[in-house]
Design a protein around this ligand. Sequence first.
Ligand code: ADP
Ligand code: MG
Length: 583
Amino acid sequence: MSRDRATLARECQRIDGRGYPAYKDLRGAFAFEGFTLFIDHVQGDPFAAPSKVRVRVPMQEADFPVRWIEDRVCRLAVEDFVARAIRDAIVAEPGDRSGSGKSGVIRIDAGAQEVLERSAVKLTGGWIEARLEVGLPAAGRRVLGRKAESLLCETLPRIAHASLLRASLDEDSLTDFVSSIENQEAIRAQLEDRELVAFVANGSRLPRETGASDRPLEGADVVAFESPEAFEVVFEVPNPIDENGGREIRGMGISTGTTLIVGGGYHGKSTLLKAIERAVYPHVPGDGREYVVSHPGLVKIRAEDGRRIERTGIHAFIGSLPGGRSTRDFSTEDASGSTSQAASIIEAVEVGAAGLLLDEDTCATNFMLRDARMQALIHRDHEPITPFVDRVAELHERLGVSTVLVMGGCGDYFEAADQVIAMRDYRAHDVTADARKIAEANPGERQREVEAPFEVPNARVPAARSFDASRGKRAVKIDVRGVDHLGFGREDVNLRGVEQLLDTSQTRAIGLAMHFAARKLMGQGRDLRSVLDALDEHFDRESLDFLDPFARGDEHPGNLARPRRYEIAAAINRLRTLRVDSQ
Ligand code: ADP
Ligand code: MG
């Protein structure tokens, strides 16, 4: 490599005052002392999305332990920690935003409360690399060469030294972080054998700061979680969790089967469910939910009227519709609350969900139940819905799919429940036996309304031709406006109802994964489940790199986070152009 720091400084001075496109001369690699700077993409003008750069430090300098690099969980934890350290280092810089547009901006795509596999930092045996966005400085549309020199040759090296070398990171925080993530994943790996779908450690602090913030609620009023004695389980973890070297964590086990969370309004039911819902991912130490750990196959289900449904067999929940329309192969451009909920359940089971999470707050009432009086008034022949209450036990018995359900308003679920947790003043109690006694003493007038057993959903075969990522002159146009809106070609995929999608970088990765799957994996009668199996294999083998963001030039390789198969499926199912071929 012939170009070095001095070359870059000279180049910056040379183009000072010239038109903005002169910055394109800076593309390429520059050898600095202790690292290499890659300028991959130069923005078209100061107002466009910032330029993309990478800073790569050889492992001899960065010096992360081999075990952390080779072990997948530790590696992800280190990458995540370093991305956060870089973000902190950026914040600590005085910065100079005095130029026009995005001049002087420095960004890294670091995480929030959850730890996701992301592409912002990459750790390999040979090096560690940070992928950053920088706004190259300009006055109007003229290059500010001196400012560029200071940004690229001084600020970036300072950030790199503060965060990409193990020696400059806070040793204790780093070790705690990696140990905690490793412990969380060790618990997750044991859940299935222990026949649990989730674990909530004693001492967890579940409530969040506000409805709009995912940070922990602080203060003396927060009630720390304590398991009811009957549900208490103990997990052994690989790293000590206290000063005495203790490695046992106690807490509430939520068993496979059907679990009800009951209790009065405002007593903490939804807060508990939300914690379980988020716990498919690890959390940062200090989150309060770091030892809430869920089975990775739990899927939140909610009503979502207006969504599209493509050829889904929802007949287990919705029988023939007005006019005798069949629901074995049901499509609509505008689902109702109940049909949307039925479809979301079938779609989740279709791609292998291990459990469903439902909260009465976001469910369609008529989907959840139909009481005795309504059964008497509206005859079965005029009501297509088989309520969830009549299917929930069967879902587990026949398909092995568990359910955790928040239900404060209806006791008709008591018969179906294997475990009933009551929340009272934010404290959990075991009321399983009481609920059973009540169910026996008041046998209820309602009839179970099931005509045929629950079948395994049809395996649908997505048609590759129904995925078109092009728009105008662009062969691939995938853009993301917030976590809930995926622009895919000319389509806008609305993901508002997909509550476990957490990060815009996951949304972006879903768009790319859909495009990749349509081009490379679909066809030859391959059903959706096996398309997702193949995608997961790519993610496991090649991390996020197979999505190949470099090939498209304008997209940053550091802006991706790994989505789960359930969220990818959810996006595919909500793509309005999706077509499914007959088998
Ligand atoms: P529910 O679903 O039972 O109606 P929520 O879970 O929505 O109740 O909780 C109601 C309020 O109580 C929320 O503002 C939440 O932040 C707060 N809260 C929940 N759990 C706790 C707790 N353990 N300690 C303190 N406040 C809590
Ligand atoms: Mg609630």
